[in-house]
Design a protein around this ligand. Structure first.
Ligand code: PEP
Ligand code: MN
Length: 356
């Protein structure tokens, strides 16, 4: 059922899981799921049954009574269903009602006790499990949660990138921090990874851009929330879209492949990559030379009892680099990060000389 997700073939289309943030009523679940199925773009349905809310008093989900609604939606559409689990009891309820896939929510991934409890409850069950990234940018916790499930014998484990919480962020509800899922893909290349633009964006108008970016980064698909009446949804109203809008969004996405056998493209790419390799070698050689000069300065500073760190000099380096960077199209943010790393390494080298 989830073969297209766990045994990806190069020609496979993006895998799309969609459904409401929360199951609210039987009618809402059935209508949403049937309209989603009618788009022909959805491979699996989702709905939150138990909702972890930041503060008490919000809608906390309909609970297990929503599971038969999902089962019915699955029977009517022929599509498998996915539900978020946070406790062993949730797992038992899902298994009892024939839920096809479960996912671990962002708030749960960050708690090893809960993940272990879920892993134990799933022991011996061959059901696919997707693990959302933890709320804060902590890769080892994300990997740890995956390992706990794999150690419990689960063979079909995948990842969902839903962005990371950061105080005062206005562009995104949860910042994508793309380098983190990229690092996860590098560390766990055999695991499928979906993008969840709904919880990254927190609003409708930017969903497409994030979903497209994920596909451009070779994600295997997306999980997007959809509701028949988004403005009146009981949770996450601002980010949900109707099934028809979702169908159009998926149609508009450009699906790029990691590779191709077109000879012309491959040789052009190889040529450009060779240029990149040459430039990278030059940069590395130059950095080596820069550090050797820094060490020499360290020796002079040591001989004359001068401190390593001189903030006026650091400011001068930064300002000049940013000015020069701007002239060749480098962003200020990039130059700052890069020069900070270079400067820190210089300081460390000089510290070694001083202590030597
Ligand atoms: C959800 O998918 O509805 C959800 C609660 O997501 P997250 O765990 O990413 O906050
Ligand atoms: Mn939601």
């Amino acid at each position: 059922m989830f073969n297209d997700l766990f045994n990806r073939k190069p020609e496979d289309k993006p895998f799309l899981i969609s459904g409401p943030c929360s199951a609210e009523t039987e009618e809402q679940v059935l209508e949403t799921c049937q309209r989603l199925a009618a788009t022909g773009k959805v491979q699996a349905l989702r709905a939150g049954i138990w909702k972890p809310r930041t503060k008490p008093g919000g809608f906390e989900g309909v609970g297990a009574k929503g599971l038969p609604w999902l089962k019915k939606a699955s029977e009517l559409t022929g599509l498998p269903v996915a539900v978020e689990v946070a406790t062993a009891k949730h797992v038992e309820d899902c298994l009892a009602f024939g839920v096809d896939l479960v996912w671990v929510g962002a708030r749960t991934t960050g708690n090893p006790f809960s993940v272990q409890e879920i892993a134990n409850a799933l022991r011996g069950v061959d059901i696919p499990v997707l693990v959302k990234n933890p709320i804060h940018p902590e890769l080892e916790l994300w990997i740890g949660a995956i390992e706990r499930l794999q150690k419990a014998g689960l063979k079909q484990v995948g990842m969902i990138h839903r962005g990371f919480s950061s105080y005062g962020n206005t562009d995104y509800r949860n910042a994508p921090m793309w380098h983190l899922p990229i690092e996860m893909k590098r560390r766990l290349p055999e695991l499928p990874i979906l993008n969840d633009p709904s919880h990254i964006c927190g609003r409708r108008d930017t969903l497409f851009g994030v979903a497209q970016q994920a596909l451009d980064l070779d994600f295997d698909g997306t999980m997007i929330e959809s509701h028949i009446d988004p403005d009146n949804a009981w949770s996450d109203a601002k980010q949900q879209i109707t099934p028809e809008v979702l169908g159009q969004l998926i149609t508009d996405l450009v699906w790029r492949h990691e590779t191709t056998d077109k000879q012309e493209f491959l040789s052009a790419l190889a040529g450009l990559r060779q240029q990149i390799n040459n430039l990278d070698s030059e940069i590395i050689q130059l950095l080596g030379r820069r550090m050797a000069v820094a060490e020499k300065i360290g020796q002079y500073k040591k001989d004359n009892d001068i401190t390593i760190l001189q903030t006026a000099r650091l400011n001068e380096i930064m300002e000049r680099s940013k000015r020069q960077g701007a002239q060749v199209g480098l962003t200020e943010d990039f130059v700052e990060k890069y020069m900070e790393a270079v400067h820190l390494e210089s300081v460390m080298r000089q510290e070694k000389v001083m202590q030597g």
